[in-house]
Design a protein around this ligand. Structure first.
Ligand SMILES: [Zn+2]
Length: 57
């Protein structure tokens, strides 16, 4: 099989809430615009990319 990037991935964001590190699995997608520039920016589907503002759905 050839290399194929899955469209949907599950990422894990580590959030430090002050009482320790809480790891919460978050479904996210990589911003395609940032990906073209070589940056991997995770965006929650339905939100806009925090870097370039591209809506990701
Ligand atoms: Zn972006």
């Amino acid at each position: 099989m050839c290399h194929q990037h899955p469209i949907d991935e599950t990422i894990v964001l580590s959030m430090n809430d002050g009482a320790g590190i809480t790891t919460v699995p978050v479904p996210g997608r990589r911003c395609p615009a940032c990906l073209e520039r070589g940056d991997t920016v995770w965006v929650i589907p339905g939100k806009c990319c925090p870097v370039c503002g591209t809506p990701v759905s």
